[in-house]
Design a protein around this ligand. Structure first.
Ligand code: F3S
Length: 367
């Protein structure tokens, strides 16, 4: 890789061990990806926040890095933590878990990362302009940035996004390049798309079988549908999609039968959910407004960024901030059967948290 004089100096350790480590990570990554050089990035979104996902070893790694005195050189925001930082006690989160969370967040904030604790950074001020290169981790925000905002980012790991935050650079490879952003497959959607969960099922079905950049035809999604579709696609290797009409690409169909198959694949139980979780990715202000009108006898947690918190009525309905249903220790909170309308949540609640999952439209989950 060709490095600038300044980058070479950082790599030699002339700005200290912490920045040297960050540069070593980016250079190693760049070599693996075949990048010729590093490019500047305007923002970072750093993942790896909940004790559930990074554990003791990850926490010590971060504390060690932070103790070297490094600071973010660009605007950098943080993915959801494992707890609601204000209401953890009333929601029943275990105190040792919260103490560990506190140490992790202190390490990130010492490095100048904004503790936004959301997977929708674009809804709370980390909003790249079209064409702008950024270094984001969190697959759902990566695919949203590439596909909806038309910004450019590879799917970074928590560590590489943090290295980019500290240096303001990333390898020039993958989805930063024009040639990797072209659609590779067209999907004719003929299944009826009536609910957010239908978009989640579509994304899951395509994401688990394909890679590259799918182009969807026959869709008229709003912002919330795009968000849930992207998150589901990114359960597999896809980090960008397009919407369009005419194409000469190889075309597959997503029909009613495909939709039913996707629903069946995401449901692991037909039992009643003990807790319905919405907000994967974190609920938008519009979703929160709709949820505020909801009356239900079922226990519902709505996950959102703290900035988008609204007062919602009914004792069964709680707004939970800073965290989500996947990175919260729901089993420790006594939940075994969860209801979700997001394919990403369904997949990870089943595979990571080992919960029993009811997937479907919110209206059905609440009945
Ligand atoms: Fe966000 Fe958690 Fe879903 S991080 S995309 S709400 S799994």
């Amino acid at each position: 890789m060709e490095l600038t004089r300044e980058e070479e100096a950082i790599l030699r350790g002339e700005e200290g061990e912490g920045y040297q480590k960050a540069m070593e990570i980016l250079v190693a990554l760049g070599k693996v990806q075949g990048a010729q050089r590093l490019i500047p990035v305007r923002s970072a979104q750093v993942s790896g926040v909940s004790p559930m996902t990074i554990g003791e070893a990850g926490m010590e790694f971060l504390r060690d890095w932070a103790s070297s005195g490094v600071k973010a050189r660009i605007y950098a925001t943080l993915n959801p933590a494992g707890v609601d930082l204000k209401s953890w006690r009333s929601l029943g989160y275990p105190a040792p878990f919260v103490r560990m969370q506190d140490k992790i967040l202190k390490a990130y904030t010492a490095m100048g990362i904004v503790p936004s604790c959301t997977c929708t950074p674009y809804l709370v001020g980390n909003l790249p302009a079209p064409g702008e290169s950024v270094a984001w981790a969190e697959s759902s925000s990566v695919i949203y940035a590439n596909s909806v905002l038309n910004a450019r980012t590879n799917r970074e790991s928590g560590v590489s996004a943090l290295a980019s935050a500290l240096l303001g650079r990333t390898p020039y490879s993958g989805l930063h390049l024009d040639e990797d952003r072209k659609p590779t497959l067209a999907v004719d959607v003929t299944a009826p798309m009536k609910d957010m969960a239908d978009y989640a099922a579509l994304g899951y079905a395509i994401g688990k079988e394909h890679e590259g950049v799918p182009l969807f035809r026959g869709l008229r999604p709003g912002m919330e549908e795009l968000k849930i579709l992207g998150a589901a696609l990114a359960v597999g290797p896809i980090s960008m999609f397009r919407l369009g009409e005419k194409t000469k690409l190889e075309t597959i169909e997503f029909d009613k039968a495909g939709m039913e198959e996707a629903y069946a694949g995401l449901n692991t139980t037909d039992e009643e959910p003990e807790l319905v979780c919405v907000g994967c990715p974190h609920a938008s202000p519009r979703e929160m407004r709709d949820l505020a009108k909801l009356k239900t006898k079922r226990r519902v947690w709505a996950f959102t960024a703290r900035q988008n918190k609204v007062r919602i009525g009914g004792k069964n309905l709680k707004v939970v901030c800073d965290t989500c249903m996947v990175v919260s220790p729901l089993k420790d909170l006594g939940v075994e059967i969860v209801g979700v309308n997001s394919a990403k949540a369904a997949y990870y609640c089943a595979h990571l948290s080992k919960l029993r999952v009811r997937f479907g439209p919110l209206g059905e989950l609440l009945r």
